[in-house]
Design a protein around this ligand. Structure first.
Ligand code: PLP
Length: 386
């Protein structure tokens, strides 16, 4: 039995998504910029997908810019806004210490080019305070970028209040919604932001495709220059099959979310409570609420997360330790570090992220195998102490 509990790293593409990618690759291979029949067929596919993504966000189709994934959408938002606003004299960016590397390293790159950068701390539960944002804002703040949900702990940030505060100072607001799109209802108007990133492979779509929502009227410098695709914001012949796959995934998750979110939340809570009850020294990291319904992050005392991850893999259970995007290194998670957790606790943290295929029987199996595995690892490395 193989149990996949790493859906925040990536999700298996839905069968309808795979079918759509195959169908579009075969039947609609024209260049969407061509005027003839073949081009117009491909353009219609892209237009349909744009409408489907817009519907997921409560946005207008014309506000959607397709990208090559979440990382590119984040880069486009930050670099595009910075370049567009530079002539106005605004040279300050605000973000948080728990952002994905796609935001953090982009902000650091802009800092090297002379941008003043404020990286806000978070509290022990993984939440940034609105007051801290208000305090950091100044007349030269160009952009505030705060993620909607964190990929490691799932905690949701108070985006609407942050957006209000930033707008009062004339700054733009971006949110990385890669971990909320397709998981919880999103409405860009209610969030109040100007820019929002999403990535298809986090909600049963293909990898290497995503979108940046750009509110109508927001000035953003083109992030790939060349042809006139994507209203000249992102040049290059469109990856029509991938875009179609993203559209199908957006449409499927929008329809299934109302029943799937509470189902996953109940399963996740069952897993979290089961592990904490069965494994001595297991604790949840981050706030219980508000949180995306599929994620829990648990530290296990006197165990190294990497060993636990390998042990679980041998039992057929796939999880991750720290951020999947940076696994392969034994660096403690920058998110848990920013929350002020003790070093040992950060090294013993495992992320379980649930998804469509998971069942109660699978969760019961994980709860059943974990205590003995932890016990075995503690006996193998009895010197590991807090
Ligand atoms: N932002 C967040 C919060 C993520 O979790 C990820 C992926 O792990 C990304 C951005 C990057 O998205 P992509 O893998 O599509 O480049």
């Amino acid at each position: 039995m193989r149990i996949y509990l790493d859906h925040n790293a990536t999700t298996p593409p839905a069968p309808a998504v795979v079918d759509q990618i195959a169908r579009v690759s075969r039947d609609f291979w024209g260049n969407a910029s061509s005027v003839h029949h073949f081009g117009q067929q491909a353009k219609a596919v892209v237009d349909d997908a744009r409408a489907q993504v817009a519907e997921l966000l409560g946005a207008a189709a014309a506000e959607i810019v397709f990208t090559a994934g979440g990382t590119e959408a984040d880069n486009a938002a930050l670099r595009g806004a910075a370049e567009a606003l530079e002539p106005t004299g605004r040279r300050h960016l605000i973000t948080t210490a728990i952002e994905h590397e796609a935001v953090l390293n982009t902000v650091r790159a802009l800092a090297k080019r002379g941008w003043r950068v404020t990286i806000l701390p978070v509290d022990r539960s993984g939440v940034v305070s609105v007051d801290a944002v208000v305090e950091a804002l100044s007349d030269d703040t160009a952009l505030v970028s705060v993620m909607h949900a964190n990929n490691e702990i799932g905690t949701l940030q108070p985006i609407a209040a942050i957006a209000d505060a930033a707008h009062a100072k004339g700054a733009l607001v971006h949110t990385d919604a890669v971990q909320t799109a397709g998981k919880i209802p999103l409405d860009v108007r209610r969030l109040g932001v100007d820019l929002l990133s999403l990535s298809a492979h986090k909600f049963y779509g293909p990898k290497g495709v995503g979108a940046l929502w750009v509110k109508r009227g927001v000035r953003l410098a083109p992030f790939l220059t060349g042809g006139r695709q994507e209203r000249s914001r992102r040049a290059g012949t469109e990856n029509v099959p991938a875009i179609a796959g993203l559209g199908t995934a957006a449409s499927l998750t929008r329809q299934s979310m109302a029943s799937e979110a509470p189902r996953l939340e109940a399963l996740r809570d069952h897993l979290e409570e089961g592990i904490i009850a069965a494994v001595p020294g297991a604790e949840r990291n981050g706030a219980a609420q508000p949180r995306v319904p599929n994620t829990t992050n648990i530290s296990v005392e006197r165990v190294e997360a990497e060993s636990l991850l390998i042990g679980l893999d041998l039992e057929g259970v796939a999880v991750s330790s720290g951020s999947a995007c940076s696994s392969g290194t034994l660096e403690p998670s920058h998110v848990l570090k920013a929350m002020g957790l003790p070093h040992a606790r950060t090294l013993g943290s495992i992320r379980f992220s649930l998804g469509a295929s998971n069942t109660t029987a699978e969760i019961d199996h994980v709860i059943a195998v974990l205590p003995a595995l932890v016990e075995k690892l503690r006996n193998l490395a009895p010197t590991l102490r807090r």
